[in-house]
Design a protein around this ligand. Structure first.
Ligand code: GLV
Length: 326
């Protein structure tokens, strides 16, 4: 039987290309060229499957021009680049990569908490700039992590991982807010207490955002929410750009309305609001929360296994719209 044609939209581990080539005729992008939307649409047109990485918008116009397409496998747990209802309507399967990145991403969330609380980036810049000439009693004095209140907005798997680290590792008082409350067993495991959103904003010393992006979660944190936070609090966003109003955040940081922020994701990334680059009390990383070699490999392998599982064996591993299968 002729092999299905698939598109791998971005550069990925060579081992993954080799695995896919065992099963498919693969058009890849190992040169990692930035394809325009038109180029992507052109290339996907005759493909049965696409390996995407979260940056490629899979929506109705693209789907309508790709009549052969049966599956898009995202190498990411987030899938706001997919219009899932449009995919379901056209019987195109969507898959993501849950679970394999949970602990690595929770580690990184905690690293962001630590780095902003202890002003690590700001103090390193100072040192590199040759400004350090002597010790001072209040030099880069930050806030404590141990014993403080950790607030988590969005209590899925990654939020729970961060809560466990805070409660068990650092003796933090953990509070959370989520669309739905965790079971009492999970709340006990995470030592986390459910609170309303307003209490979360007003009480957290370190507020971590881990909720999925959607039209409803757009600008969940804007000027009004920042105004409710303690002036000593830090905001940490490792969810998605757009959940925070970055312009309002830059202003709040400049005015010292809150103490600091640590961000891994941005509105309009890889571009970011230039005002964020001019405030000192912010830690900025380029969307790398899941970036360890083993975890990125596990994500790529799961995306590839979804393509193989579905197109070759009829059984994807982590479908987002399983109604397409029936
Ligand atoms: C990364 O942002 C992911 O969604 O996996």
């Amino acid at each position: 039987m002729a092999k299905h044609k698939i598109l791998v939209a971005r550069a990925v581990f060579p081992e993954i290309i080799a695995l896919l080539e065992q099963h498919f005729e693969v058009e890849h992008n190992q040169a990692d060229e930035p394809w325009s939307r038109d180029q992507l649409m052109q290339k996907i047109r005759d493909k049965a499957g696409a390996f995407t990485t979260g940056g490629e918008r899979i929506d109705a116009p693209l789907l309508d021009s790709a009549s052969q397409l049966k599956i898009c496998a995202n190498m990411a747990v987030g899938y706001n680049n997919f219009d899932v209802p449009a995919m379901t309507q056209r019987r195109v399967l969507a898959t993501n990569t849950p679970d394999v990145l949970t602990e690595t991403t929770a580690d990184f969330g905690f690293a962001l908490v630590m780095s902003i609380a202890r002003r690590m980036a700001e103090s390193e810049h100072y040192l590199r700039a040759g400004k350090w000439d002597r010790w001072r009693y209040d030099m880069f004095a930050g806030s404590d992590v141990h014993g403080s209140t950790l607030g988590i907005l969005g209590m899925g798997r990654i939020g729970q991982g961060i809560a466990r680290r805070g409660a068990h590792g650092f003796g933090m008082n953990v509070i959370y807010h989520n669309r739905s409350r965790l079971t009492p067993e999970l709340e006990a495991q995470c030592k986390a207490r459910y609170v309303g959103k307003q209490e979360l904003l007003q009480t957290a010393d370190h507020l971590v955002l881990v909720l999925p992006y959607s039209a409803e979660s757009h600008h969940t944190i804007g000027a009004a929410e920042l105004a409710l936070m303690k002036p000593t609090a830090n905001l940490i966003n490792l969810a998605r750009g757009g959940i925070v109003d970055d312009a309002a955040l830059a202003q709040a940081l400049r005015d010292r309305r809150i103490a600091g922020a640590a961000l891994d994701v941005y509105e309009g990334e890889p571009k970011l609001n230039p005002a964020l680059l001019t405030v000192p009390n912010v830690v900025l990383t380029p969307h790398i929360a899941s970036a360890t070699v083993p975890t990125r490999m596990a994500m790529a392998k799961l995306a590839a296994d979804n393509l193989i599982g579905f197109l070759v064996h009829g059984k994807p591993l982590t479908p987002l719209n399983p109604e397409v299968l029936v």
